[in-house]
Design a protein around this ligand. Structure first.
Ligand code: BG6
Length: 487
């Protein structure tokens, strides 16, 4: 069912995200006839641009297609300054003009894709101009990451936003929740009688999540150096993934039911105290190296990065979830830039059978693994023991491997497509709720504080193109990280 007619107002429209992700996602939705019958995008930012110039810019990232010209007619632009509520008047009149000329109802989604310093200001100016609420029409606010840079700032941001919009109008985007494979986690767990009964401390030995990137900071050094892997990837994307892996079955598949369960997971994280940080968390920074015969610069030599930077480009973490289901099961997460490959996957390591009948020398696998490949090559791999054909009883590990790409004619939508469409339809299931964001920050904050206040906690160098500091291996007492390149 199509969403109601509406206008999407993007603040930060001259930025990268708009060009690279938002407009292409909207075009994809348009091609599939999923946008509302009457729909417009109003780009807003400080630069002066005409509608035509904005459309031309959008072009750069859109594939040539017969529907392109028609789509571009839905794009409009309005320059907006952010100094006072007065500055939003032109935006308001432009909205009025568009709704009237195209006959679109005054349903608005405001998308904040600006520097975070504006997250408090824009909602205020919208409210001052009477744009944040309406008795007749919906008004929603999408907030891009980062949602705070510390626990304190995240709380403050929540308070600020709630001054102007109510929680059910606020959509905090985390593009990992838009990934098909992350959502499939719920279906894998709760629709399969073969997995559901095993998904707990009795049968699971440990859970491992790896999110590796082969790219470095790619011109984002200025931003990244004030962020680091813990803030950039772990606090948001990867903890949300943990929420899906670890939550109890929701009562229904609905925003609040699911978000309540995610919150409970976050509330059950065993806190890592500041004085325990070096035992549970390993941080690293890539150093110069040669990859495929090519010299690659170290992180500190990247543009925009401080020469003495102690910002982590790699983090590995061990932690526990103190609840009925997961008591005693270690969770391991690692993420980093300039690792050997790009892969995000979840590995469920099942416990061994009580007694190994088939000897150890020939039976290499120690336990069964279910590997959920979030990206690329989305799919699910199950590793299990099978008899090696021939004489005797030797066992070997074999793979049962499902690839999304095998589903003919099935389009796996990009994360932003799914999320934008959900917001247009008023479905917040795949958006982070304020209380959960704060709970995630509460868990991560002592780590940041320990790093900032205790210079003795090492930051290990790792040559670009390797799997991070060797010390991250020591986090896992029995066993080791799975190295996806080796399958
Ligand atoms: C972004 C981070 O949120 O996620 C980037 O800021 C990171 O540093 C990116 O590269 C990873 O997203 P994906 O979808 O490519 O795994």
């Amino acid at each position: 069912q199509k969403a109601e007619n509406q206008i999407l107002i993007i603040f930060g429209a001259s930025g990268d995200l708009t060009k690279r992700k938002l407009i292409p996602a909207l075009f994809e939705l348009y091609k599939q006839n999923l946008l509302p019958d009457k729909f417009a995008v109003l780009g807003a930012s400080r630069s002066t641009l005409s509608d035509d110039e904005f459309r031309k810019r959008a072009d750069e990232f859109l594939p040539n297609n017969e529907k392109l010209d028609e789509f571009k007619k839905k794009l409009f632009y309005q320059a907006v300054q952010n100094n006072s509520a007065e500055d939003f008047k032109p935006l308001k009149s432009r909205l009025k003009e568009i709704t009237e000329s195209l006959g679109i109802e005054k349903n608005y989604i405001f998308y904040l894709s600006t520097p975070p310093s504006l997250y408090g200001i824009i909602p205020k100016f919208l409210t001052d101009n009477g744009l944040s609420t309406s008795n007749k029409y919906f008004r929603r606010l999408i907030v891009e990451k980062p949602f705070g840079t510390t626990l304190e700032s995240a709380k403050e941001l929540n308070i600020q936003l709630l001054n102007y919009f109510s929680e059910n109008q606020i959509y905090r985007i985390d593009h990992y929740l838009g990934k098909e494979t992350v959502q499939n986690m719920l279906v894998t767990r709760f629709s399969n009688g073969i997995f559901e009964p095993l998904w707990n401390r009795r049968y699971i030995d440990r859970i491992e999540i790896t999110s590796a990137e082969s790219l470095g900071v790619e011109g984002r050094g200025g931003y990244y150096d004030h962020s680091g892997a813990l803030r950039d990837m772990l606090q948001n994307h990867l903890l949300q993934v943990v929420g899906f892996v670890a939550m109890e079955a929701p009562v229904v598949v609905e925003a609040n039911a699911i978000r309540n369960e995610i919150l409970k997971v976050f509330q059950s994280f065993r806190p890592i105290q500041e004085n325990e940080v070096s035992r549970y968390v390993i941080r690293g920074q890539y150093t110069e190296s040669k990859i495929g015969g090519q010299q690659v610069v170290g992180y500190r030599d990247e543009p925009g990065v401080d020469r003495f930077s102690r910002t982590e480009t790699f983090v590995a973490l061990k932690f526990f979830i103190d609840n009925w289901r997961w008591a005693g099961v270690p969770f391991y997460i690692r993420t980093g830039k300039k690792l050997p490959t790009r892969v995000t996957e979840i590995v469920i390591h099942f416990k061994n059978v009580p007694h190994n009948l088939f000897g150890t020398s020939s039976f290499e696998h120690s336990n069964n693994q279910l590997i959920i490949r979030i990206q690329p090559d989305e799919g699910i791999l199950l590793k299990f023991g099978m008899k090696t054909p021939g004489a005797g009883f030797k066992a070997q590990t074999v793979n049962m491997d499902f690839h999304y790409s095998d589903l003919a004619d099935t389009n796996v939508p990009a994360a932003y497509e799914r999320l934008l469409l959900d917001c247009m339809q008023g479905d917040a299931t795949l958006y982070a709720r304020g209380d959960a964001v704060e709970a995630a920050w509460k868990f991560v904050q002592p780590i940041l504080t320990a790093w900032e206040t205790n210079p003795e906690i090492p930051i290990y160098g790792y040559p670009a193109g390797t799997w991070g500091p060797e010390d991250s291996d020591k986090l896992i007492l029995h066993g080791q990280w799975r190295y996806p390149c080796k399958n």
